[in-house]
Structures are given as structure tokens and as C-alpha cells.
Write a protein that binds this ligand. Structure first.
Ligand SMILES: CC(C)(COP(=O)(O)OP(=O)(O)OC[C@H]1O[C@@H](n2cnc3c(N)ncnc32)[C@H](O)[C@@H]1OP(=O)(O)O)[C@@H](O)C(=O)NCCC(=O)NCCS
Length: 170
């Protein structure tokens, strides 16, 4: 059985974050609103500031997964200021690490965090043709919300909002 370890990225980890985020955008261009080419243009100060604690009161939980001393997955939780909804962004598992339960483990971690922060639901967006991700979120209990929009301004791909109500009594 493959062992993997989830950890929270610290501000000093921004070069690692940049590395895995760029890898994810290059490998899965249809899964994300930001393109690899757009991300390549970002100055390092922008990558670093993403990992610095936000001044606007939002809460972030940037997670990566290590397996065999290699970073193989990323997911980012964000709770906007004064909101009770936790958003999940940037979910990506490297092809070599897929099918081992890593995405489910990341969702478990983000769900526990959102519950601890008293959130009422988890929300995310997924490209409707991305059957692996849609299957993952359905299996986890997410349900499609009505909102749909283009993945990128000039893209024919459509992203669907999905949400998971959080049960604080459980
Ligand atoms: C979608 C993705 C995150 C799944 O990661 P993973 O670690 O392989 O997923 P897990 O091993 O935790 O699988 C959990 C469940 O997801 C579903 N799933 C995962 N891969 C699947 C596939 N290729 N086809 C159908 N269902 C799939 C299954 O229900 C699976 O449960 P099961 O193994 O008991 O059947 C991964 O394929 C990925 O990074 N894809 C590219 C980027 C992406 O699409 N990100 C999502 C952006 S919204």
C-alpha cells in the first residue's frame, strides 16, 4: 500500500507551491480556469503573496501531499471573510499517484477544517466533461448546483458548481 502524507504549505514554501501548481496547470489544462501560460507570467512576488496570510480576513488552507519524498498532489481551501462556506480550488493529483485515495484524503482534511471553522457547506467547480473529478465529487456526496459558466472566457468547456452541506451534528 502506498503511504502518503498531507501537509499544510507555509509562506516559505512558495517555490514548492509554484512548482506543483505549474505542473498541475500543464498536465490538466481543462481542469482549471487559470492557464499554464498565464501562470508562467506571474512574478515570484505574486506566488509568495498567495501563501502569505491574507489581510482581508479570509482563511486559507493550502495542502500538498508527499509520497516517496515527492510532492504529488495539491488542494486549496478558502473561506472568504465573514462567510460560512468553504471553497475548494486547485485539486490535482499527479498521474502516477492517482487511484490511491489521495483526493478523498484531501477532501476529508478540507471537510474537517471547514467543520472546525463552523462552515455550513463545501463548494467547488468542476468541468462537466471531467469524468474522474465529477465521479470523485459525486462519490464524496457533492451535488450539482444550478450555476454553470465557461471554464475560460474563450473556452467551449463548461464548469459546474457543486456543493456538500456540512452536518455539524454528526
Ligand atoms: C480527479 C482527481 C483529483 C482524482 O484524484 P485521485 O487521487 O486519483 O482520486 P481517488 O483515488 O481519491 O479516487 C476517489 C474516487 O474518485 C472517483 N474517481 C477517481 N478517478 C476516477 C476516474 N478516472 N474515473 C471515474 N471515477 C474516478 C472514484 O469514485 C474514486 O473512488 P473509487 O476508487 O472507490 O472508485 C485526479 O484524477 C486529478 O488530479 N485529475 C486531474 C485534475 C483534476 O481534474 N482536478 C479536479 C479539478 S475540479
Amino acid at each position: 500500500m502506498s503511504q502518503f502524507n498531507i501537509r499544510v504549505l507555509k509562506p516559505k514554501d512558495w517555490p514548492l507551491y509554484k512548482q506543483i501548481r505549474l505542473a498541475s496547470l500543464q498536465e490538466s489544462p481543462d481542469a482549471f480556469g487559470l492557464t499554464y501560460q498565464q501562470a508562467l507570467l506571474l512574478p515570484d512576488a505574486d506566488w509568495a503573496s498567495l501563501l502569505n496570510s491574507t489581510s482581508d480576513g479570509a482563511l486559507s488552507l493550502p495542502l500538498v501531499v508527499d509520497m516517496n519524498q515527492e510532492m504529488v498532489a495539491l488542494a486549496w481551501g478558502l473561506i472568504p471573510a465573514n462567510k460560512d462556506v468553504a471553497h475548494i480550488y486547485q485539486m490535482w493529483v499527479a498521474p502516477k499517484a492517482r487511484g490511491k485515495g489521495i483526493a478523498i484524503a484531501l477532501l476529508d482534511e478540507l471537510k474537517a477544517w471547514a467543520l472546525a471553522k463552523q462552515c455550513k457547506s463545501l463548494q467547488l467547480s468542476v468541468t462537466t466533461t471531467n469524468s474522474a473529478a465529477v465521479g470523485l465529487y459525486h462519490r464524496y456526496g457533492f451535488q450539482a448546483a444550478s450555476k454553470q459558466q465557461a471554464l475560460q472566457p474563450d473556452s467551449a468547456l463548461v464548469v459546474q458548481s457543486m456543493q456538500l452541506p456540512l452536518n455539524h451534528a454528526a
